[in-house]
Design a protein around this ligand. Sequence first.
Ligand code: ATP
Ligand code: ATP
Ligand code: MG
Ligand code: MG
Lengths: 254, 254
Amino acid sequence: MVIAIVNQKGGVGKSTTTVNLGTGIADIGYRVAIIDLDPQSNTTSSLLGKPPMDGPTVYDVLDDWKNATNALVRTEVENLFLMPSNINLAGAEIELVSAISRETRLKRAVDSIRNDFDFIFVDCPPSLGLLTLNAMAAADNLIVPIQCEYFALEGLSKLMETYEIVKENLNPNLKILGFLLTMYDTRTRLSLEVAEEVRKYFGDKVFKTIIPRSVRISEAPGFSMPIQKFAPNSKGAIAYNELAKEVVERAQKS
Amino acid sequence: MVIAIVNQKGGVGKSTTTVNLGTGIADIGYRVAIIDLDPQSNTTSSLLGKPPMDGPTVYDVLDDWKNATNALVRTEVENLFLMPSNINLAGAEIELVSAISRETRLKRAVDSIRNDFDFIFVDCPPSLGLLTLNAMAAADNLIVPIQCEYFALEGLSKLMETYEIVKENLNPNLKILGFLLTMYDTRTRLSLEVAEEVRKYFGDKVFKTIIPRSVRISEAPGFSMPIQKFAPNSKGAIAYNELAKEVVERAQKS
Ligand SMILES: Nc1ncnc2c1ncn2[C@@H]1O[C@H](COP(=O)(O)OP(=O)(O)OP(=O)(O)O)[C@@H](O)[C@H]1O
Ligand SMILES: Nc1ncnc2c1ncn2[C@@H]1O[C@H](COP(=O)(O)OP(=O)(O)OP(=O)(O)O)[C@@H](O)[C@H]1O
Ligand SMILES: [Mg+2]
Ligand SMILES: [Mg+2]
């Protein structure tokens, strides 16, 4: 199953969720690939430290889908592979505008590796441009991280609009696997109010698992480790492992 | 003076800084305009509640610079005016690609209102695409908010590269007014380490004022108020007022 992690709002936990959810599912025993489609390459640095010096990256894969298998590298986590991004990707949004089949270039690549993995996650940049459209065209499902802050609901109507457009024009089978509440701070009313509001809108589509705000989660990337390796007994690691189980369950039902 | 608030990393406090710094400077007595160049329009909703139902927005101004004066609306803050954005702006990145003088459309508009204000702030989306290029081409100075988290330094080299390209090709007088440390959490080592690292790289360019992580700051947009109106004696309001003084001082020297 191919899952894109999307939300054009910045800093809501897309990369953090991609790394820690991917690890949680790999730890269960599934074969997982992560594609870093964000030019900032936060996911790549969270798993590898530095983008690899040589070899193809996701930029080369958008250029030629046949690079896909060679672009996958092992990570420190068993069963978890990564298609890294690097700074070249920053130019892709503009370069793709005039390319042939500009919205489905990633889909060609993903389809060529789909049978080698149980789950493929795609981390997206904070925009609804051509990179995110490529991810939505290639995916079976979306996961939408929502930060428990005031601006959380503002951009969702545009995201849902884009989802409908992609479904109509590029990928009729696309579904939303769920909305994930992140950086939930039990000490503030704001988190509670936002969570209630999100559940009012999206009901059962909201994952039962809530990711708490936790300093350990924000420290882990500095050691190039997912939270499960950096602080295995922390509330962040437990939450992402719970989420992994919930995602697998939903995937089997869908 | 025209100041663009830029950082392609998402969720670092660009909109929050635009609203609260703009208010701090307007409260001193200067005439201030804020341009919301982010399709998410978080700055617009922080000051107005909802994007205005009619009248030109920044999207119409990019289309025709003569709309600039009509697009400015009063806010609840004395001396503070806003050029709002709305959802139409989301299409602008792709629409601008083939437009005439695509990188300097905002500059034409800003130049037509520049003499009516002491300060003009431009809030940018989390990307280095055509909207942010327009802001950098129109600005005299940049302020770069940096969240005190691990990923903070990752994207800065690309931002500096873009700054150099804009200086060489579009705006030779562009300068960096300063780097602003935001969401500083005194309880964590991570904030301390990131702050030290940033000062090592950028020395005196880093503002002395540090913005603390504060729940009151994240609650204020829910009441469509800047922090100075929502919680005037909070550490967040005091910090942004300190920053306002520091920005005015630096502006007078530059
Ligand atoms: N549950 C959490 N608790 C505390 N900090 C968190 C949590 N999740 C993420 N963070 C931190 O918040 C910041 C933003 O998270 P992240 O980079 O994953 O968001 P993103 O949506 O991928 O951002 P972008 O829009 O720039 O791609 C990071 O510094 C990260 O370490
Ligand atoms: N000093 C602070 N303390 C606590 N929360 C903050 C602070 N500054 C900003 N926030 C909150 O963090 C979130 C991100 O801030 P903001 O939206 O201003 O960042 P941004 O860089 O404009 O994001 P984007 O990249 O999406 O445009 C918001 O929910 C905001 O309320
Ligand atoms: Mg990210
Ligand atoms: Mg913003």
